[in-house]
Unconditional design. Structure first.
Length: 255
């Protein structure tokens, strides 16, 4: 393959990444459990899907560690019954309000490291307090709970943020308005890839790209979930696929 052909293939992969995820049963490689604990050793060529359906209700899902950023108690992450979840019968919920409106509740996958990743999750407001404000999303390129990138969607406020957290200090890389589709569940998706040695981050909400930006990668490569503010947030179908940095094609899509 010539250099020009290789570049062309890379551009096709990146330009086509945002196609909406279908509401389908878990693919064959992910069936039989809600988490990927049988593949927790760090490696780059693989994928994970957590739908939390094999987890015990009322507990933090196996293979994840909770933390908080800012003064306040650690988040209350627990698996809960939800017959209306995208993949029933369970969803994951973070229900601990943060006393700081910008404080973050963090849940990192243990031992799961991605270099460049296509990351998605189904997210919804899940609390009973109509006055509660806040959002939820995904963490990527994390070194630890004080150094990471995150995309956070606030459905009530109709906004989407891409942030970088370095030693606990938050920098907003991008902030845009969003128009959520009808229904309680929404799709948040992040692509962190590379083109010609430049790092590209693209974020989509409900199947529409909200922003694309170049940002030199920092930190590590762990992934996880995050909430911000007072609102309880529900999650389902947390899905990660490794994107190659030195090959022209990513692994075949599993949606």
């Amino acid at each position: 393959m010539t250099h020009r052909q290789r570049v062309g293939v890379l551009m096709v992969v990146v330009l086509g990444w945002w196609a909406p995820l279908a509401m389908e049963p878990a693919p064959a490689w992910a069936q039989g459990g809600s988490n990927a604990n049988d593949a927790m050793q760090p490696k780059l060529d693989r994928r994970h899907l957590w739908n939390f359906d094999g987890e015990k209700p009322g507990e933090v899902p196996a293979g994840f560690s909770a933390a908080t950023m800012g003064e306040g108690p650690t988040g209350k992450w627990s698996v809960e019954p939800d017959p209306q979840a995208p993949t029933a019968p369970h969803r994951l919920t973070q229900g601990q309000p943060h006393p700081n409106k910008d404080g973050l509740q963090i849940l990192l996958a243990d031992g799961v490291v991605y270099d460049y990743v296509d990351l998605s999750v189904r997210v919804r407001p899940a609390g009973d307090d109509p006055q509660a404000a806040g959002g939820g999303g995904v963490i990527f390129r994390a070194k630890d709970a004080r150094n990471f990138y995150a995309a956070i969607a606030d459905v009530a406020a109709k906004s989407l943020d891409l942030i970088r957290v370095a030693e606990g200090q938050v920098t907003v890389i991008a902030h845009e308005s969003i128009t959520p589709k009808a229904g309680p569940w929404h799709l948040l998706r992040v692509l962190h890839g590379t083109i010609l040695s430049k790092d590209l981050i693209e974020v989509a909400f409900d199947g529409k790209i909200v922003f694309s930006t170049w940002d030199k990668s920092q930190f590590g490569g762990r992934i996880g979930l995050v909430t911000r503010g007072d609102a309880a947030i529900g999650f389902d179908n947390f899905h990660a696929i490794q994107l190659y940095s030195q090959k022209p094609l990513s692994p075949p899509a599993a949606y």
